[in-house]
Ligand binder design. Structure first.
Ligand code: KG4
Ligand code: ZN
Length: 345
């Protein structure tokens, strides 16, 4: 019975999973209400809110799993990357629990968690495969050539894809997080009425860049406001559809280019933006055309959750690793250095 804790950003999450991957509890306490007035995550509020919520989240997870603390045999926790204050709350809480129960601790890399989110699905590929992780903090492509081995093929040079959604929402005075609300409006819009350049489309690099798009959106918003006064109704829907289209195309262009270049024929998606219906639909469509099998996590396991951390920990345990109790939190840690969190059993 693995208890997993995830507090890397603005969600306090706990899950319980068996060693074979059966999910017994999956609890996420979101902090969106606390951060919404600021239209973005305020790190100081996030860490303090984790402190408020973490015990209730654990209790709810144990209740859902119908277990007591004594049934837990391993504790997994996100150690990196993330907001340092938020990570420290989860890491210290997990250490305290594991120490008190006398069970091993597994410190998990958050991105490894996102990649493992769909690992119990039948369509999850065996390595080698490419992983596209698109979230509020990350937009990156990894090549997984063997279990637990990840090479970074490309990453964002500035903003992450989720950040592009969030910042667009902020410019339009919409709620945080921006992804779901922009998507909701985009579904009623026509992207051809408000086209944006697709970032780095012609470039040979596998890196992403969304800051140019952000500037283009800012200019377009100013123009539309000048012409129409307020951006609302169909105008707003078309703008959102154009933004969504440009982000989705940029993400998939590079992901499929990575498959082509490496000769890999499987692509795993993960991260909050992977919950986007257009990205999911386009990935399946374009993947099919290019002979690339697409693996999509369940929508609720795209955004931050603790089930994905339990799965990543299970895979590490199966490979013969746990972590030392001296394992600590890191605000940044490349996925290629995730090994530094683990030690052989
Ligand atoms: O993975 P996640 O929960 O947190 C990080 O690790 O960053 O991702 C959160 C991000 C936010 O930027 C949010 O706007 C975006 O995922 N997101 C979406 C959707 N749902 C969440 N973006 C586009 N479409 C969605 N449906
Ligand atoms: Zn995440």
């Amino acid at each position: 019975m693995i208890l997993a804790i995830e507090t890397s950003c603005d969600d306090s999450a706990a899950a319980v999973c068996t060693h074979s991957g059966q999910v017994l509890a999956d609890v996420v306490a979101s902090q969106h209400e606390q951060h919404a007035p600021y239209r973005g995550v305020v790190p100081e509020i996030a860490s303090r809110q984790h402190l408020v919520q973490i015990v209730a989240v654990l209790q709810q997870a144990l209740q859902q799993a119908r277990l007591s603390p004594g049934n837990i045999t391993h504790v997994a926790v996100t150690c990196a990357p993330g907001l340092i204050g938020s990570l420290l709350v989860g890491v210290q809480f997990a250490k305290g629990f594991a120490q008190a129960r006398g069970v091993p601790l597994i410190g998990v890399h958050h991105i490894e968690g996102h990649i493992a989110a769909s690992c119990t699905q039948r369509d999850y590929p065996q390595p080698p495969f490419i992983a596209l992780i698109a979230s509020g903090g990350h937009s990156a492509l990894y090549a997984c050539r063997a279990h637990g081995q990840f090479a970074t093929l490309g990453c964002t040079r500035d903003d992450a894809a989720g950040e592009a959604f969030d910042k667009t929402a902020k410019m339009l005075g919409l709620t945080y997080p921006g992804g779901p609300i922009i998507d909701q409006y985009a579904a009623q819009g026509d992207p051809t009425q408000c086209e944006f350049p697709v970032a780095m489309r012609a470039s040979a690099t596998l890196d992403y860049s969304f800051s140019g798009l952000k500037t283009a959106i800012r200019i377009r918003i100013a123009q539309l406001k000048q012409q129409h006064g307020r951006i609302e109704g169909q105008l707003l829907y078309d703008l959102c559809a154009g933004v969504r289209q440009a982000i989705v195309q940029a993400l998939l262009d590079k992901a499929l280019l990575a498959c082509k270049r490496t000769g890999m024929t499987a692509l795993v998606l993960g991260g909050g933006v992977a919950a986007n219906p257009l990205l999911r639909q386009q990935a399946l469509l374009r993947g099919h055309k290019q002979g690339v099998a697409i693996c999509l996590p369940a929508i609720k396991h795209c955004t931050d959750n603790a089930v994905m951390i339990a799965h990543a920990a299970r895979l590490r345990l199966q490979a013969g690793y746990t972590s030392a109790f001296s394992v600590t939190a890191h605000a940044t840690l490349p996925l290629s250095q995730a090994d530094s969190l683990y030690r052989p059993l």
